[in-house]
Design a protein around this ligand. Structure first.
Ligand code: SF4
Ligand code: SF4
Length: 334
């Protein structure tokens, strides 16, 4: 099942509303990080290098829901750390769904099967399981054997219970067009997840492994070759066609970091999920006090190798809404 019609219609209506209200900056989706602790230590992760007293902190439910309400975003992606470690994560999800927010719960799936009972299938809810490749590749990426099998078992259990299940795959320099195709074919055809997200890894300064982040040229070559025989149209990718054009180098885009902002234990992170130049207390303050023109490729050296969806998917979505041809492509996922 691709993005449900209800979700597409709501997002379309939300975009029209923002335009009618004359808002020039607004969130499409918030990356909510209610904790930083994780039960894995992936070599490419830049999220878990906090001191112990920070890793122990959990965001209260009211704070999480209040931040999303204030921003007005129609979609929320809950990440971390590992959100399933948060003792009230099910309550956060329930409260957001009750407010008709579309929630993606990102997880490495280690605790997923055990905690399935705490959630209920809903058109407003989807799992987003981290899977960086097939068995050997994924277990190497998360630095622990057996995680791929656990994730696949949890996905199958969730599917049997009627949940929407999506996946999130990050690619590094040790990937090739062949490994990209193999994992996406597997997720699309064999595991039959509802949708897949893909991303070149962002070069976090704090990540232990600094050698395997893709540069812009490498990212374009990788996806151009992986998409070459038309499979891109067959895969149920959870991205706009323009963002996929951007990944394979057919077009270039500039970053729109305010479209997918990040809210964590520290507040609204400036400018995005990947970089932190301080925090704001509210989304409004984030918008008003950030020099957005200072970020993006060619403007800040830390952005030079970034082609991540949190910066460029909003640009692609907004460009699609301004063109009839692109709107039709987006509707048909072509
Ligand atoms: S599962 Fe995610 S949050 Fe946890 S260490 Fe790996 S990349 Fe980081
Ligand atoms: S290009 Fe945009 S999304 Fe990427 S790191 Fe820079 S500000 Fe963040």
């Amino acid at each position: 099942m691709p993005v449900p019609l209800r979700q597409s219609a709501r997002i379309g209506a939300y975009l029209v509303q923002q335009r009618l209200r004359g808002r020039d900056k607004f969130p499409l989706l918030v990356e909510l990080e209610p904790l930083f602790q994780c039960n894995l230590e992936c070599a490419g992760c830049g999220k878990i290098q906090h001191p112990e007293h920070v890793l122990r902190r959990r965001m209260p439910v009211e704070q999480a829901v209040g931040a999303i309400e204030e921003s007005g975003a129609p979609m929320v992606s809950i990440a971390g750390g590992e959100p399933l470690i948060h003792p009230e994560i099910d309550e956060i999800v329930r409260r957001l769904i009750a407010r008709k927010k579309f929630v993606y719960l990102c997880t490495n799936a280690i605790l997923m099967e055990k905690k399935l009972d705490r959630f209920a299938p809903s058109p407003y809810f989807a799992w987003a399981v981290h899977l960086d490749g097939l068995r050997e590749r994924h277990d190497e990426s998360v630095c622990r054997d057996g995680v791929f099998d656990k994730a696949v078992a949890a996905i199958r259990s969730a599917q049997r219970r009627g949940f929407r299940v999506t996946t999130n795959t990050t690619f590094f320099t040790h990937d090739s067009p062949e490994t990209v195709r193999r994992v996406l074919d597997y997720l699309n055809d064999e595991l039959q997840v509802d949708q897949m997200m893909i991303s070149p890894a962002y070069a976090y300064e704090k990540a232990p492994d600094q050698e395997h982040f893709l540069g812009v040229r490498q990212t374009r070559e990788l996806f151009k070759a992986a998409f070459a025989d038309g499979r891109r149209k067959r895969w149920r990718l959870n991205h706009s066609p323009l963002f996929l054009d951007f990944l394979e180098g057919k077009i270039d885009l500039q970053c729109t970091a305010w479209g997918i902002p990040s809210y964590s234990l520290f507040g609204w992170q400036r400018p995005c999920y990947l970089m932190s130049d301080g925090y704001a207390k509210t989304y409004q303050e984030l918008i008003e006090t950030t020099d957005w023109d200072a970020y993006g490729r060619g403007r800040d050296p830390r952005c030079d190798n970034c082609m991540a969806h949190c910066g460029y998917e909003p640009t692609a979505v907004l460009a699609s809404t301004r063109s009839l041809k692109q709107s039709v492509r987006a509707a048909l996922q072509r």
